[in-house]
Write a protein that binds this ligand. Structure first.
Ligand SMILES: [Zn+2]
Length: 434
């Protein structure tokens, strides 16, 4: 830990954190109009009403007064591709064309360690500028891309999950490995980075069509060899993709079932999209406690389909939100929450702002099995904190003036705000933005 991390901070403003699941508890949001947070050694020491701070903790602390800004836990993102930040907003393709036309050529450049490092640095700065302090991140097939990412995350002392992609067929040579090389490289990256500082590793096969059965088998083996690493991949994003998987794996009951066959489902499994699922898939995900990551701006932008959050929740499956840049159109959690709201509207479900903010903080942290470390303003939690200007644009300002309650204020942010609302970000107790 850096020297600065040992410094004690006393942060004041409005505070918001979730103590419970707002889907089942109407009082889940703990909001304090004049709140305070004490931070020391990278941890939250205390959070409560300003004026009630324990004197022994607040004495000598550096004061950061955020006035009527809103202090909340740093945002959590369950699915993003750092190497695609340069091709965000590329025109006119659906998933399989998108990969061929934009993704694979760009990802091919990441065998160059310097290019990977520069991109990882730029990506993390942009992510933090949007208030996100933890993300599950795809690198490229090149081990250099994962090294570059973890080096940059470490230098900022961030709680990040990432992994090198495994891909040994149906893609250009510049972005493929082999079943054996993918296994070997993943294993040495896990040994190098998992649990190193705040870094965590995710075994990262891109998706079933670009891995041979032998490679998927190797992923299952890695899952059983390391019982606390994650596995992240894509499932049932686009209907052409679903058809292709059925051709490639004719014996599987469904797309998700391919992963089940190789022992890749479970509570550490983070499955992006999961749009075109049948009831048996949802039951299987609930049974194995497999997690889904809803990526709404991406699903709209590349025309993949409409995720049904209510149906998925009702089936007992844990869901979190992801921006899925470069398929997604924004690193901003506000944009992701807004699109999640809009997509839920198609199935007549009004996703509440409390649910959306919970999904983007403590609910997301729970889905990542990190709910005891990040995502809340509570003693002992890692001090990842974001401060929001609640009137960051004239339109938001005039809307918030009419707000009758916290829900109105939060809803105006999730529909109207962007990175201009991010006043400050603290990561592991250090002020890294603002
Ligand atoms: Zn993705």
């Amino acid at each position: 830990m850096s020297e600065q991390g040992g410094r004690r901070l006393h942060i004041t403003g409005r505070t918001l954190t979730f103590d419970a699941d707002p889907r089942i508890n109407a009082d889940a949001a703990r909001y304090t109009e004049k709140g305070a947070v004490l931070i020391g050694d990278g941890r939250i020491l205390w959070c409560g009403q300003a004026g009630d701070e324990p004197a022994d903790l607040s004495a000598g602390a550096e004061r950061h007064n955020h006035g009527d800004d809103l202090i909340l836990p740093g945002f959590v993102d369950g699915h993003v591709h750092y190497p695609q930040i340069g091709v965000i907003a590329s025109f006119g393709a659906q998933l399989l064309d998108w990969l061929e036309k934009y993704t694979f050529p760009e990802e091919g450049r990441f065998s160059d360690a310097a290019y990977a490092r520069e991109t990882a640095s730029r990506f993390l700065n942009l992510l933090l500028a949007n208030g996100t302090t933890t993300a599950a991140v795809y690198c490229t097939v090149h081990p250099e891309s994962a090294d570059a990412f973890f080096e940059e995350a470490s230098s900022r002392d961030l709680r990040m999950i990432a992994g090198k992609i495994l891909m040994d067929r149906n893609a250009p040579e510049t972005v493929t490995d082999t079943a054996q090389a993918g296994y070997d490289d993943t294993k040495s990256l896990i040994e190098k980075w998992h649990g190193q500082g705040r870094n965590l590793y995710a075994i990262t096969p891109r998706f079933a069509p670009t891995s041979t059965p032998a490679q998927l088998e190797a992923c299952g083996t890695l899952m059983s060899e390391f019982d606390d690493v994650y596995l992240q991949t894509h499932v049932s994003e686009n209907t052409d993709e679903v058809k292709w998987v059925a051709e490639l794996f004719p014996d599987a009951r469904s797309y998700q079932d391919v992963y089940a066959h190789y022992g890749m489902l479970g509570p550490r499994g983070l499955y992006g999209h999961a749009i075109h699922m049948d009831d048996a898939d949802l039951a299987q995900a609930a049974e194995t406690q497999t997690r889904y990551v809803h990526c709404p701006t991406s699903n709209l932008f590349i025309g993949s389909g409409l995720f049904d959050i209510r149906r998925t929740w009702n089936a007992g499956v844990d869901v979190m939100l992801g921006c899925d840049v470069g398929g997604g159109t924004s690193l901003s959690p506000f944009a992701t929450m807004k699109a999640a709201y809009e997509i839920a509207q198609f199935s007549g479900y009004p996703l509440t702002p409390e649910q959306a903010f919970w999904l983007s903080t403590s609910g997301g942290a729970d889905t990542l099995s990190l709910g005891d470390r990040i995502g809340r303003l509570a003693p002992g939690y890692e001090a990842d904190v974001v401060v929001l200007n609640l009137k960051s644009t004239p339109v938001i300002d005039q809307r918030v003036k009419r707000a009758e309650n916290l829900r109105d204020i939060l809803f105006a942010q999730m529909i109207l705000a962007d990175d201009r609302a991010i006043r400050a970000v603290y990561a592991n107790g250090l002020r890294v933005v603002g």
